[in-house]
Design a protein around this ligand. Structure first.
Ligand code: GDP
Ligand code: IMO
Ligand code: MG
Length: 422
C-alpha cells in the first residue's frame, strides 16, 4: 500500500515538516508531481532547511527518496539543492533515485514562463517563474525532454531543437525579456552533470517491486488541492494534478493500492500568487497571522496572503482526495485571537451554498462565518494532547464534525518536535 500526504489548501500547509516527522515509519518517500515551484521547510536540531525537488525524507537514514515520473526537474536548481545538502554528509547516491520518465525543465522553459506572465500583465497567475507551466505543456504536447534521454548520446541535439523552438516562441510574446542563453546553458550543463551522478530508475517498476516486498511507501504531495490543474481555482493554479489521483499517474501506483490519505491544512488559510481567496483578510487580523506565522513564500520570499479557515474549500478538498486523516498545522499562530472565524458557507447569487461554485472570484462570493472562541495559551512548548487549551479542543471537535474526518496531528511550531499526536 502507498500512503499519501497532500496539502488541502493553496500550498505551504507544512507538508515538508510532517513528511520529515513521519519518515521514521516509512521505507520510501516519493514525490509525484510539481517541481521546484515547491518549497518544503524542515526544522530540527536548530537547523532550518528548504527543499524544492528532493523529497522531505532525505534527512533520515532509514528511507530511500524517489523523484517520480510526474515531477519536473530543473537540473540547475537540483544541483543547488544537492550543494546545500553537502554539509549534512548524506549518502545521496544510495538514498535518492530519479525516475527516467520525469521531465526536464530547460532554461528556455523558465524564460517562456516569464514571457507568458509578462504578456498577461495584471491577469498574471503569479507563477513562481520556475518554468513549471511550459515544461508540463511540452510534456502533454509530446515534445518534452526526459531524464532518461540523458542516457543517450543524442540528447544535446534534441535539446537544441527544443530550445530553438522556445526562443522563437519567446519572440511571439512580444515582451521585453532579457537573457543570456549561453550563460544559462552553461549552468544547465553543470546541473545535468550533477544529475547524471545519481541513479536513474524506472520508478513505477521500483515502486511496484517495493510494494511486493511489503515496503512502506509515503507519497509526498507538492502545492495544494486548490492549485490542482483540474480541481483548483483555474486558471490561477499550477500545471499538475496535486490531488490524490496525481499520485497514481505520477508514480504508477494503482488506485486500489492507495492506503491512508493524510490531508494537511493550516488552522487558517494562506495563498501566495494571484487568484480568488474568499476568506482573505485585509485587516489587522490578517496582518497578525502573516507576522506571527512568518508567512513568506519558501521559494520566492513573497508575502503570503492570509485569511480565516475556509471550510467550504476544505470540505471540497477532503472530498476530492478521499482524506482519511487530517493534520492541522500552525495552531500556535492563532493563540491570542479573542475569537476566530470559520467560513461555513458562501453567499453566491443571492443564495447560501456549501460547495465550491465554478467561479469563486471574490466579487461573486461573500463568506458566511461562524465565530468561535479563541485561546490565549502559548502552544509552542506543548507536547501532549491533554495540554491543549479547551477552546482549541472545541475548535478541533467542530472541524472534525464538519469534515467527518479525525484530526490526528496538531502542529504547534515549525520544529519536528513541536508536533502533537492525538
Ligand atoms: P510546505 O510547502 O507545505 O512544505 O510548507 P512551507 O514549508 O512552504 O511553509 C510552512 C511554513 O510554516 C514553514 O516555514 C514551516 O517551518 C512553518 N511551520 C510548519 N508547521 C508549523 C507550525 O505548526 N507552527 C508554525 N509557527 N510554523 C510552522
Ligand atoms: P508548496 O509545495 C504555494 C502557486 C504560485 C502561483 C501558482 C502557479 O511549497 O506548497 P507555478 O510556479 O506552479 O506556475 O505557480 O501556484 N504555487 C505555490 N503556492 N506553495 C507551493 O508549493 C506552490 N507552487 C506553486 O504562487 O500562484
Ligand atoms: Mg511551500
Amino acid at each position: 500500500m502507498v500512503d499519501l500526504l497532500l496539502g488541502l489548501q493553496w500550498g505551504d500547509e507544512g507538508k515538508g515538516k510532517i513528511v520529515d516527522v513521519l519518515t521514521k515509519d516509512y521505507d520510501i518517500i516519493a514525490r509525484f508531481q510539481g517541481g521546484p515551484n515547491a518549497g518544503h521547510t524542515l526544522e530540527f536540531d536548530g537547523i532550518k532547511h528548504v527543499l524544492h525537488t528532493i523529497p522531505s525524507g532525505i534527512f533520515h537514514k532509514n528511507a530511500v527518496n524517489v523523484v517520480g515520473n510526474g515531477v519536473v526537474i530543473d537540473p540547475v536548481i537540483f544541483k543547488k539543492e544537492l550543494d546545500n545538502l553537502e554539509k549534512f554528509e548524506i549518502d545521496i547516491i544510495s538514498k535518492l533515485f530519479i525516475s527516467r520518465k520525469a521531465h526536464l525543465i530547460l532554461p528556455t522553459h523558465r524564460l517562456l514562463d516569464a514571457a507568458s506572465e509578462a504578456a498577461k500583465g495584471k491577469a498574471k497567475i503569479g507563477s513562481t517563474l520556475k518554468g513549471i507551466g511550459p515544461t508540463y505543456m511540452d510534456k502533454t504536447g509530446r515534445n518534452g525532454m526526459r531524464v532518461g534521454d540523458l542516457e543517450f548520446d543524442n540528447w544535446e541535439a534534441k535539446y537544441r531543437i527544443l530550445a530553438d523552438k522556445h526562443e522563437a516562441m519567446i519572440g511571439f510574446y512580444n515582451v521585453d525579456i532579457q537573457y543570456d542563453l549561453k550563460e544559462l546553458e552553461a549552468e544547465f550543463h553543470e546541473g545535468i552533470a550533477t544529475l547524471k551522478q545519481l541513479r536513474f530508475i524506472d520508478s513505477e517498476e521500483y515502486i511496484f517491486q517495493a510494494q511486493k516486498e511489503g515496503k512502506r511507501i509515503l507519497a509526498e504531495g507538492a502545492q495544494g488541492s486548490l492549485l490542482d490543474i483540474d480541481f483548483g481555482t483555474y486558471p490561477f493554479v499550477t500545471s499538475s494534478n496535486t490531488t490524490a489521483a496525481g499520485a497514481c499517474t505520477g508514480l504508477g501506483v494503482a488506485p486500489n493500492k492507495i492506503g491512508r490519505v493524510l490531508g494537511i491544512f493550516k488552522a487558517y488559510t494562506t495563498r501566495v500568487g494571484s487568484g480568488p481567496f474568499p476568506t482573505e483578510l485585509f485587516d489587522e487580523d490578517g496582518e497578525t497571522m502573516g507576522r506571527v506565522g512568518n508567512e513568506f513564500g519558501a521559494t520566492t520570499g513573497r508575502p503570503r496572503r492570509c485569511g480565516w479557515l475556509d471550510l467550504v474549500a476544505l470540505k471540497y478538498a477532503v472530498q476530492v482526495n478521499g482524506v482519511t486523516e487530517l493534520m492541522m498545522m500552525k495552531a500556535d499562530v492563532l493563540s491570542g485571537f479573542k475569537n476566530l472565524k470559520v467560513c461555513t458557507a458562501y453567499k453566491y447569487k443571492g443564495e447560501e451554498i456549501e460547495h465550491l461554485p465554478y467561479n469563486i472570484e471574490s466579487e461573486n462570493i461573500v463568506p458566511v462565518y461562524k465565530e468561535v472562541k479563541g485561546w490565549s495559551k502559548d502552544l509552542t512548548k506543548l507536547t501532549k494532547a491533554e495540554e491543549l487549551p479547551p477552546a482549541l479542543n472545541d475548535y478541533i471537535s467542530f472541524l472534525e464534525k464538519e469534515l467527518n474526518v479525525p484530526i490526528k496531528i496538531v502542529s504547534v511550531g515549525p520544529d519536528r518536535l513541536q508536533t502533537i499526536h492525538r
